[in-house]
Design a binder for this molecule. Sequence first.
Ligand code: MN
Ligand code: MN
Length: 498
Amino acid sequence: MPKLNRSEWINLARKLDWDYSYVREEEVFPELLSGRPWLRHAEWAHWDEPYRTSYAEYVDTQSDKDAAVLGVREIIGRIEDFAKLDRSWLNSLKLHAATMAFTEFAAVTGNLRAARFGRDSAWRTMATFGALDEIRHTHIPLLLMHELVRWDPQFDWTHKLFHTNDWLAIAARHLVDEMIVGADPIEFAIATNVVLETGFTNLQFLGLSAIAHDVGDRMFESMVTSIQTDEARHAQIGHPVLSTLIRHDPERAQYLVDKWYWRSWCFFAVITGFSMDYLTPLPYRRLSFKEFMEEWILNQFQRTLTTFGLKRPWYWETFINELDFYHHMLYASAYTYRGTLWFDFALPGPEERAWLRAKYPRTWDLLDPVWERITERWRLSGPGVEWSTQSAAPLGFCNLCQLMLSNGTPHENAARVLEHRGRKYIFCSEPCAWIFSREPDRYADHKGVVNRMLAGEAPANVVALTRTYFGVTSDVRGTDMFGGQYPWMQGASDVKGA
Ligand code: MN
Ligand code: MN
């Protein structure tokens, strides 16, 4: 039999829609599972992905990619290879490894729902490949990081995070469960494919992988680079979904983009903000987190908005202002409450603070005194005596993003309070309050850490809370990674002029 050219059969393989004879379309694709606005298939029939692939091609390419990652692991994937890396970087790795595998695994579910309930067959095919991709992205970090489990109990706990009630796990699940597990395929496509995968994950895949290269962590670099090639393919699901949504319900399209941009920003301010501006050793830092955001996220996101005729989110000025504050405020809070987390923190010394000042000239004067006071605290406790805030009252958390209430600046609290059905809710910021007020029924029943304490489900004493409720035991809990013993701390007041 003569062999067909690819171009002759590829459309036949990817477009497999048919008319239903004994069920209605609404029954095959119920709105609850397929998403709104509910439209007849004719409205989705033009659905088109720019980069097409068949299953045979997919399998070939993926198998080559896996072989490449495994090859790198053979050469540099052992404990002794990791042991050579800088201590700050290793702690950044704990933060990433903890949030990566489970998020990828959640994305399997999101893609599988789209693989069944997406409204065009080509979309469903792409989502099927997407689900297979995300299984791979679950396996790779689990495999590579497994080596480290027996080396360092914090790397062991890293894999437990998602199944605990640690505050960061609660925040991560609140985001991921809504965005990926609980979203219908339309919202999933906007939130995950458009906002997260063509936007924020570039912070990891381009920004952090470049830093990993410089730091000498070729394993992390090859892992994220390999994952990125898959993301780039299945992320293309987003644009054709967005364009149909805009045609039929532009207000909802704008809302979903605004909401998910904000929610993604809050989360990446923790995982990438901490890593880039605090946990990357100074000699290897290139761009600041803010500069990475500007270069890789802002420009690209604004181009997408222009292409689709969408407006910038209404909170754009707030967001731009936050680029100079938010992750700094979060890191200072997390450093202070480091005992509630499972990785160690670096105290920025004079050189780091000078670098931060140069990168954040507009705001560092406001932020620097925080580090001055923390340094003073170390001097009082004496080097090596890990002080903690464990006797202090617990932090407050936002009822939307579930992160600490550290939006705003040292001079201005950005928190907002809303009342809904007789219950008061507190939010870190105006946009978080706005998202809640748009969909109160979606969020109102969720219990944050403080609500759990008030309900008697979690201890209100921070020591007990951390140990028994967060599950952060004393062998893993976060400390200052040098126990406050920094060479620069010897000369007492030299730091002031930094
Ligand atoms: Mn993935
Ligand atoms: Mn993905």
